[in-house]
Design a protein around this ligand. Structure first.
Ligand code: BES
Ligand code: ZN
Length: 590
C-alpha cells in the first residue's frame, strides 16, 4: 500500500486518475449536484481502487461498456470523509460513478437570492482547497494526482456557469428552462483546483488574456479596481516564465466567500472586500496570479508541504509588486505580513510545531490549523535564499525550479535536494534545517526597512508613552502605513483615545477592509461602544475568515462584548460559509 498523503485515501499503486468527465445538474431546489463522474485511469487496472468522498450518495458504478461494478463505502472518518472502494474488473481504464452531493457538502455554498448583490437569483460556488473536492465529486483528492477535465453543467436558464477551465459555451438544454455549459480543462490539475460557480454573472474584458466576471451590480467597480491585471501578467511572465494556462480570468465572488482569493486555474476567485475603490488591495490578485507558477505548476505534495505553495507565492507576489510599484511598497507589505506572523506565533505558542515550515498534519484537519505561518515564514525563508545567492542567480534558480517541476507535485525534501544540486552549500549557509524543521523565526531572518515604515512603527510603539499621530501627517498616510500603524498600537486602548482616533481619522468610515478590520479589533478589545453598530454591520457584510474570525475572537475575549459576539453570530450564522461557520462556532464555544 502506498498511501503517502495523510489527508487522502489515494493509493497510487492501485491506479491513477488522469481525466475526469463530469456531467451534473445543478439543482437549486434541493441544493445538490446530481449526475455522473467518469474517471479515466493512466493504465488499465484490476481490483480495488480507493477514492475520496464526503457526504456523497452513490447510486451506481459501471464500466465503459456499462457493466455494473461492485463498490463499498466505508463509514465517515471525521475530516477525511468516507473511503469509496471500487472493485474494478481486469483491464478497466475508465468507469462512471452515478452520484449526488449532500445539502451540507463542505465544498459548496448555496446562496439564496437575498445573499447576492442582485437579490433576484440564487448563486452557487465551490471552494475545494484543501480537501473539499471530495464532497463535490468522488476523486483521488490528493495534490499528487493531476487530471484534465471536461464538464457538462446543467443550470437554470437565466444563470451562467463558470469553472476553472476554458470559458464554457452555453448550449441548448433538454428542457427550455435550463441551459447547459460545456467546459474543457486541458491542463492537468490536482483536485483542490476544481472550481465551479453558478449565478447571474456578467463579464468585462480587461486585456487580451483576461476578463473579470461578477454580478452585474458589481461589474463596473470590479473592472475598475483590477484594470491593471494585464500589466501584472506581463510582469509575472518576465519574472518567472511564459504563462502556461492561456487565459487568466477571475470572478469577484459574493461577500460570503471565505477567503481573500483562491487560485483556481484560469478562473481565480476573489472576495468583494478587495473593492476598496482605490486599487489599494490588488496585491491579492497578484498573489493568486503568482500561484499560476508557484502552486498550480509546482504543487505541494501534501498539506505538510503547504509552505512550498504559499511561501513561494507570497515571495512571487512581492516581486510582482516591486515591478508595478517599488521597493518601498515591498517593505511595507513585508512588514504587514511580519506583524501577522508574530501574531500567529503568539497564538500557537513559540515552540509549536505548527510554526515549522514542514509540518506533520496527520490526524489534523488542515482547515483547523490554517495560518499565515507557511505564507510569511515561508516568504522570509525564500527571501533569505535569494539574498544569500544574489538576485540574479536566484532569478535563474526560480526559472529552473518551475521548468523542472512544472505540472508536478513535490515534497519539501525534493525541494531541498533541488536547491542543493543547483545552489550547492546554500541550505547549510542559511541554516535551512532551523527554518524548515524548527519553530519560530530564526535570527538570520531578512529585514525590510524604509524610513516611512520605521517612523510609523516607532510612533505606534511610543503610544504608551504618549505619542500620538499628527493629524496633518497621518491624513496623508497610505492605506499600508495605516495598517502598520494600527497593527503597532496596543491591542487595547482607552475609550477616550478610541474616540479621538475615530473622530480625527474617520477609521470607522474606511472603505479599506484591512484598515477597518485592524481598527474594529482595537475598538472591540477596548469595548468602545460607539463602534458596536459598525462592528455588527462589518460582520454582517461579508464572511471572509481573515476578518470575521479575529474580530469575533476579540469580542468573545471581552467580558462586556461576549454577549454582543453571540448576538451578532446568531444574526448572521446562516449567511456564513460552512467552513467559516464551523470556525466561528469553535471560537464562540458553541
Ligand atoms: N490558496 C489560498 C487560499 C486557501 C488556502 C484556501 C488554503 C483554502 C486552504 C490563496 O491563494 C490565498 O493564499 N489567499 C489569501 C490571500 C493572500 C494575498 C495571502 C487569502 O485568502 O487571504
Ligand atoms: Zn495563496
Amino acid at each position: 500500500m502506498a498511501r503517502r498523503d495523510p489527508h487522502s485515501y489515494t493509493d497510487l499503486d492501485q491506479g491513477e486518475v488522469t481525466h475526469l468527465n463530469l456531467d451534473v445538474l445543478v439543482d437549486f431546489e434541493h441544493h445538490c449536484l446530481a449526475g455522473t463522474a467518469t474517471l479515466t485511469l493512466k493504465s488499465p487496472v484490476s481490483g480495488p481502487i480507493d477514492l475520496d468522498t464526503r457526504d456523497l450518495t452513490i447510486d451506481r458504478i459501471a464500466t465503459a461498456d456499462d457493466q455494473e461494478v461492485a463498490w463499498t463505502l466505508a463509514p465517515t472518518e471525521s475530516f477525511m470523509g468516507a473511503k469509496l472502494t471500487v472493485e474494478l474488473p481486469p483491464g478497466t481504464d475508465r468507469f462512471s460513478i452515478h452520484y449526488r452531493t449532500a445539502r451540507e457538502a463542505s465544498a459548496l455554498q448555496w446562496l439564496e437570492p437575498a445573499q447576492t448583490a442582485g437579490k433576484t437569483h440564487p448563486y452557487l460556488f465551490s471552494q475545494c482547497q484543501p480537501i473539499h473536492a471530495r464532497s463535490m465529486v468522488p476523486i483521488q483528492d490528493s495534490p499528487r494526482v493531476r487530471f484534465g477535465y471536461d464538464a457538462r453543467i446543467t443550470v437554470p436558464a437565466p444563470l451562467t456557469a463558470v469553472m476553472s477551465a476554458a470559458p464554457g459555451d452555453r448550449r441548448a438544454a433538454p428542457k427550455p428552462d435550463q441551459a447547459v455549459f460545456q467546459f474543457s480543462m486541458p491542463q492537468p490539475i490536482p483536485a483542490y483546483l476544481l472550481a465551479l460557480a453558478v449565478g447571474n454573472l456578467e463579464a468585462r474584458e480587461l486585456g487580451p488574456r483576461s476578463r473579470v466576471y461578477a454580478e452585474p451590480e458589481m461589474i463596473e467597480s470590479a473592472a475598475w479596481e483590477f484594470a491593471d491585471v494585464d500589466k501584472m501578467l506581463l510582469a509575472a511572465e518576465e519574472l518567472f516564465s511564459p504563462y502556461r494556462w492561456e487565459r487568466f480570468d477571475f470572478l469577484v465572488m459574493p461577500p460570503s466567500f471565505p477567503y481573500g482569493g483562491m487560485e483556481n486555474p484560469r478562473l481565480t476567485f476573489l472576495t468583494p472586500t478587495l473593492l476598496a475603490g482605490d486599487r489599494s488591495l490588488v496585491n491579492v490578485l497578484a498573489h493568486e496570479l503568482a500561484h499560476s507558477w508557484t502552486g498550480n505548476l509546482v504543487t505541494n505534495a501534501t498539506m505538510n508541504d503547504f509552505w512550498l505553495n504559499e511561501g513561494f507565492t507570497v515571495w512571487a507576489e512581492r516581486r510582482i509588486l516591486e515591478r508595478l510599484a517599488d521597493e518601498e511598497a515591498v517593505a511595507l507589505a513585508s512588514a504587514i505580513g511580519y506583524n501577522g506572523l508574530l501574531g500567529e506565533i503568539e497564538r500557537f505558542g513559540e515552540d509549536s510545531p505548527l510554526t515549522h515550515l514542514k509540518t506533520d498534519l496527520s490526524g489534523q484537519d488542515p482547515d483547523e490549523v490554517y495560518s499565515v505561518v507557511p505564507y510569511e515564514k515561508g516568504y522570509l525563508f525564500v527571501a533569505l535564499l535569494e539574498q544569500t545567492v544574489g538576485r540574479e542567480r536566484f532569478a535563474q534558480f526560480i526559472r529552473d525550479y518551475i521548468e523542472r517541476f512544472g505540472f508536478t507535485s513535490i515534497t519539501t525534501e525534493e525541494f531541498e535536494a533541488f536547491v542543493e544540486q543547483n545552489l550547492p552549500g546554500t541550505l547549510q549557509k542559511v541554516g535551512a534545517e532551523q527554518w524548515i524543521r524548527a519553530p519560530g523565526i530564526p535570527s538570520n531572518s531578512p529585514r525590510f526597512e524604509s524610513s516611512a515604515l520605521n517612523q510609523t512603527q516607532t510612533l505606534a510603539a511610543d503610544w504608551s508613552t504618549g505619542a500620538r499621530p499628527e493629524a496633518a501627517v497621518a491624513q496623508k498616510w497610505s492605506p499600508e502605513l495605516w495598517q502598520i500603524y494600527l497593527q503597532g498600537l496596543p491591542k487595547q486602548i482607552a475609550v477616550e483615545d478610541c474616540a479621538l482616533l475615530d473622530e480625527t481619522f474617520h477609521l470607522s468610515g474606511s472603505k479599506n477592509a484591512e484598515i477597518l478590520s485592524c481598527w474594529l479589533k482595537i475598538a472591540a478589545a477596548s469595548a468602545y461602544e460607539p463602534t458596536f453598530d459598525r462592528i455588527d454591520k462589518f460582520l454582517g457584510s461579508m464572511g471572509r475568515m481573515k476578518f470575521v474570525k479575529p474580530l469575533f475572537k476579540t469580542l468573545q475575549g471581552g467580558a462586556t462584548t461576549q454577549a454582543l459576539a453571540r448576538r451578532i453570530f446568531a444574526k448572521y450564522a446562516d449567511s456564513y460559509h460552512p467552513i467559516a461557520r464551523k470556525g466561528l462556532e469553535q471560537i464562540l464555544g458553541l
